[in-house]
Design a binder for this molecule. Sequence first.
Ligand code: IPM
Ligand code: MN
Length: 365
Amino acid sequence: MEKRVAVLQGDGIGPEVTSAAVRVLEVIARRFNHTFHFEYGAIGGDAIDRYNNPLPAETIALCEASDAILLGAVGGPKWDQNPSELRPEKGLLAIRKHFDLFANLRPVKAVPSLIQASPLKESVAKEVDMMIVRELTGGIYFGQPSRFTDESAVDTLVYTRPEIERIVEKAFELARLRRGKVTSVDKANVLSSSKLWRQIVDEKKQGYPDVEVEHQLVDSAAMKLITNPSAFDVIVTENMFGDILSDEASVITGSLGLLPSASVRTDGFGLYEPVHGSAPDVAGKGVANPAAAILSAAMMLKYSFGMETEAAAIEKAVETVFEEGCFTADLAVDDKKLSTAEWTDKVVDELDLQFVSNSIMFSYV
Ligand code: IPM
Ligand code: MN
């Protein structure tokens, strides 16, 4: 297959981790006879510096001409005092909205070799395998009116029926491919938007009798994520609750540096980015953990290009490298800390090895 990938490296560690992901995708292309064209565009603080706009028209045009978007991270202290229109985060919100990327998928899966890095007891963390489905283009992030003065400030949490229906359907469909359980998280004891959300989940579940459904209030869900995280399969929730719960869930696995994400719509187009941010404190030092960016690239292969085998090859390689005790600084327990490039070399070597052993297997049959 031939695919065009828009690479938006962004700020902080964004360039380092996306470069690692591109290296891995190049190996996949070589091994599986695909052609990936990588074209680079600006977003976030980098785009503010170069275009005075966190999401320039050039970047939108590039993404529109591409099959998928690979993104690093946005933000940093340099732009913290900027007016709200010139904040890096605006670029990220605008690209999600422009491309209608309403479904944000954030898988959280315990890796046995990393359990020692989890702040939770091994017995609690070890079976964790959940998919957080976060609504990404509605809710309080985008509701109008939104205004700020020194005397008062307003944010608006609004959801329409079609916005809720499509994300809830997405969650039910995903649950069918997993363990068949959906936990819908809301604040229906207080918020009107949550009451509608809960009502629509109950309507939709009629069409999925094979899926088990439960409702949880967000405060209690935050608590259960820590006390009994392995009870969750698919969590579906609105934009801001999903933002908060996914950061919470991510540390169960040992490091925020491990979590990939996909932001997709129904036609397969998507944006793929690590859940972690731009980490300005370690940026440019070559020490960032590229696992989340590499696993985001794997999600791109799976969800946008239908390349399941290729995606699985990357996931397997990442897991094996961890099993071999190779870690970047965020996870290393002793002083055996690999740099971003060294750790990526290990994943590349592992992919090459997989390919060699596969061809040996083939030559026997
Ligand atoms: C995320 C981030 C963004 C969000 C920020 C950077 C705007 O925290 O992707 O989770 O809140 O959605
Ligand atoms: Mn977040």
